[in-house]
Design a protein around this ligand. Structure first.
Ligand SMILES: NC(=O)c1ccc[n+]([C@@H]2O[C@H](COP(=O)([O-])OP(=O)(O)OC[C@H]3O[C@@H](n4cnc5c(N)ncnc54)[C@H](O)[C@@H]3O)[C@@H](O)[C@H]2O)c1
Length: 465
């Protein structure tokens, strides 16, 4: 089966970049990305490529090459579904904030709405591809809805989870370690798998395209995120031990990472992992395990989240302790708010939780982040509902100049590993801060010895000075 038109529902961090790359690599396929969010679609269609709704290195080039040729962004969801042979579901699947499974299960409201809309808008058979990260066995629910509401049409459901990491999305899409496609073992299912394999084969070597059954594919995505997050929590647990024993977590990470059985990636100790996926996907796995009565499995994975929460709280507590046990009225400058460098995404960023903790102690937080707007920062804090939005605005200032942000600050806390922090004039920063000037490096990126020489009191993760 040859695919000539693709529709992708959801123009977010996954739908946008993924479809842009498919369109770039498959110029004969018309790719339409649709969303209910008009502002987001307008931004994808905007003239100024610096203002795309998703910041990703290299994304502007890919969009400029394909947009208007075979890549389109639209809010006309029904039309795009109707004309496509293959429909990707790439909508958000956040943790439920209400009812059964609140705080753990994935909220599949948007996925179900998509399934219903696909059924209603379709006039021909379709392949429906789950691109969103979904709990294992969701394809069954999607299929049930499509089969029962889809005017007798035939739908094949594929699972094709996305493994890109924000900040390196384009690179990850172009040179994927693997592409995973799960489908039915029936001849129709195999034909659908082949249709998607043919698309990826435009640029991904065939041996890197793995095909499995649907449930393995769905569960593999949750498992991949759980394993990655577990490594971060494991090294973060060791970082606390390093701080009390005189070991250096970077040295420990290097020593264990050199073991080929362990490997060196994802061994960077930090203030804690963030992002829209790790926490939500592990909690989801915990919820699924519990719902099958697998309590030991659930407890095991839940500990990864408990450790991460501990690391964020510990970082905030260390700041308070070093500032003579009170931060009330003291200016603390945050360098970075995004959950990692090279993205403007702030979902579940450690910075939000550290700020919240310090604001509860009445600190004055001044934030500088090269890619995150003040609006977003206030929205992140307001979302926590710890205090009124007026109060959040009273305690938090956002500035667009890092040197202005540190003026008369008691401390600087590095929350995101932006490269530009390394190039700052730290002598100048030292001069403009209150003394003793303190630095809390939550990402272990700064040259700690040099900063100590300047006169800073430096605290970093997993190191004792
Ligand atoms: N962000 C990542 O790094 C990443 C990586 C891999 C997988 N994922 C998974 O991909 C999925 C999407 O994540 P994201 O980060 O792109 O989310 P996002 O919130 O950035 O984008 C989702 C988009 O879907 C739109 N949407 C929701 N319901 C809709 C509907 N019924 N019709 C049309 N549009 C609708 C929203 O308006 C939003 O723009 C999630 O399941 C996530 O877990 C994310």
């Amino acid at each position: 089966m040859k695919i000539t038109k693709i529709c992708c529902i959801g123009a977010g961090y996954v739908g946008g970049p993924t479809m842009a790359v498919i369109a770039q690599k498959c110029p004969e396929i018309k790719v339409t990305v649709v969303d209910i969010n008009q502002a987001r679609i307008d931004a994808w269609n905007g003239e100024d490529l610096d203002k795309l709704p998703v910041y990703e290195p290299g994304l502007d080039k890919v969009v400029s090459e394909a947009r208007g040729r075979n890549l389109f962004f639209s809010t006309d969801v029904n039309k795009a579904i109707e004309e496509a042979e293959m429909v990707f579901i790439s909508v958000n699947t956040p943790t439920k904030t209400y009812g059964e499974g609140k705080g753990q299960a994935a909220d599949l409201k948007w996925v179900e709405l998509c399934a219903r809309q696909i059924a209603a808008a379709s006039t021909t058979d379709k392949i429906v591809v789950e691109k969103s990260t979904l709990p294992v066995r969701t394809a069954q629910a999607v299929k049930d809805i499509l089969d029962n509401t889809g005017n007798g049409l035939k739908f094949q459901i594929l699972s094709n989870p996305e493994f890109l990491a924000e900040g390196t999305a384009i690179e990850d899409l172009l040179f994927a370690d693997r592409v995973l496609i799960g489908g039915d073992s029936s001849p129709e299912g195999q034909e659908a798998i082949q249709a998607l394999v043919d698309i990826y084969s435009h640029w991904i070597p065939r041996e890197k395209i793995l095909t499995t059954n649907v449930w393995s594919s769905e569960l593999s995505k949750l498992t991949a995120n759980a394993f990655l997050a577990q490594r971060v929590s494991s090294i973060n647990a060791i970082s606390e031990l390093c701080e009390v024993t005189g070991a250096d977590v970077n040295e420990v990470a290097r020593a264990i990472g050199a073991d080929s059985r362990i490997g060196s990636k994802f061994l960077k100790a930090s203030v804690g992992f963030g992002g829209s996926c790790f926490q939500k996907d592990i909690l989801n796995m915990v919820y699924i395990s519990r719902s099958y009565g697998l309590h030991a499995v659930a407890d095991y994975w839940e500990q990864v989240i408990i450790m991460n929460d501990h690391q964020k709280a510990r970082f905030a507590k260390n700041i308070i302790k070093a500032l003579y046990n009170t931060v009330s009225g003291k200016k603390i400058t945050f360098f970075g708010w995004a959950f990692k460098k090279d993205t403007n995404d702030t979902r579940e960023s450690a910075a939000i939780y550290v700020a919240d903790y310090l604001i509860s102690e009445q600190a004055q937080i001044c934030v500088y982040d090269p890619k995150v707007s003040a609006e977003k920062i206030y929205a992140d804090l307001d979302y926590l509902n710890t205090r009124s939005s007026e109060e959040n605005r009273k305690y938090v200032t956002v500035l667009s100049d890092p040197y202005e942000a540190v003026d008369s600050a008691h401390a600087v806390a590095v929350l995101t590993e932006w490269d530009e922090f390394l190039e700052y004039d730290w002598d100048k920063i030292f001069q403009s801060m209150l003394q003793p000037a303190q630095i809390f490096d939550g990402r272990n990126i700064l040259p700690h010895k040099d900063l100590s020489k300047i006169g800073f009191r430096v605290k970093a993760i997993g190191k004792s000075f």
